[in-house]
Design a protein around this ligand. Structure first.
Ligand SMILES: Nc1nc2c(ncn2[C@@H]2O[C@H](COP(=O)(O)OP(=O)(O)OP(=O)(O)O)[C@@H](O)[C@H]2O)c(=O)[nH]1
Length: 142
């Protein structure tokens, strides 16, 4: 089940009821909006308070198709994600770039958690994303 919760500040007091039991959270900002990026820290603090302790979080910089209006560098997204230890990529709901990869990475992480044997190596979501990204780079796919 995928829920799209309201991102606006005025709904914030009710939003946590929707993600409290979530297994994964995709946290999006808009690469053309510095304000949306600056809000991410507040969201992460709130998630820490209300979400499940083992929730899978992924940070996504959306509207990657709007490069001309970019207000947040890709490196800034990468740095913030690293600081919080969460995977990151830029996506575009318009062109579809990385949308499937973002959902697949989260789904694979959750599936591995439920089927993992104690002696099996842990699924590394960062490595999975990196390997898939390299694959598409190598073959000229977007
Ligand atoms: N160019 C471009 N436009 C996008 C992209 N994603 C969303 N938009 C546009 O951005 C606007 C806002 O999109 P929403 O999906 O309503 O954004 P939201 O964050 O869900 O908004 P809230 O429900 O208020 O939290 C719409 O006009 C979308 O068409 C994208 O990847 N590229």
């Amino acid at each position: 089940q995928i829920w799209d919760t309201a991102g606006q500040e005025r709904f914030r007091s009710v939003t946590h009821a929707y993600y409290r039991d979530a297994q994964a959270l995709l946290l999006l900002y808009d690469i053309t909006s510095k304000a949306s990026f600056d809000n991410i820290r507040a969201w992460l603090t709130e998630i820490h308070e209300y979400a499940q302790k083992d929730v899978v979080i992924m940070l996504l910089g959306n509207k990657a198709d709007m490069a001309a209006e970019r207000a947040v560098k890709k490196e800034e997204g990468e740095r913030l994600a690293k600081e919080y230890g969460v995977p990151f990529m830029e996506t575009s709901a318009k062109s579809g770039v990385n949308v499937e990869l973002a959902f697949l990475a989260v789904a694979k992480e959750l599936k591995h958690r439920t089927t993992q044997q104690p002696n099996e190596p842990k699924f590394q979501i960062h490595e999975y994303i990196e390997s898939q990204r390299q694959k598409s780079a190598c073959c000229g796919l977007k």
